[in-house]
Design a protein around this ligand. Structure first.
Ligand SMILES: [Zn+2]
Length: 140
């Protein structure tokens, strides 16, 4: 079996450079409204080298998850209300679950090592495909 080496496209390189140079990072997490409260203190204690990066991050709650939060979370953490942030749902991590759930019947009978290897392979395949297509999606 021959492995195919993928070369990053120019659009991918442009998109990646844009991301790296963007000092205002926006990250979403289901409970970011609570998670970020002590985040800087935790990084200062455990990962002080990464603290400058954490301080550059702004936090949002994904569009579907924020609907189950307090009303104030909608206005403080919904990306649609964040300054200089485009509308996005922030639920990309959820898109993989229907695909991953199909592994359930297959891995159920496997021993732990085989199950872990199979799941890691599938997660890697999903992430590889997503990464290879991100440049085209960001520039289209
Ligand atoms: Zn909240």
């Amino acid at each position: 079996m021959e492995l195919k080496q993928h070369q990053p496209t120019e659009s991918f390189q442009v998109a990646l450079q844009f991301e790296v140079d963007d000092i205002d990072q926006v990250t979403t997490y289901d409970i970011a409204c609570e998670y970020f409260i002590h985040l800087e203190a935790r990084f200062e204690k455990s990962f002080p080298d990464l603290l400058p990066i954490v301080k550059q991050m702004r936090w949002g709650v994904p569009a579907l998850h924020v609907q189950g939060h307090q009303d104030s979370c909608t206005y403080l953490f919904r990306t649609a209300y964040m300054e200089c942030v485009g509308h996005f749902h922030g639920e990309t991590a959820e898109q993989y679950w229907p695909e991953a759930n199909q592994l359930g019947p297959h891995v159920r009978q496997m021993n732990n090592g085989h199950r872990q290897d199979t799941m890691i392979t599938h997660h890697g395949d999903w992430n590889h495909k997503k990464t290879m297509g991100i440049g085209e999606r960001l520039t289209s």
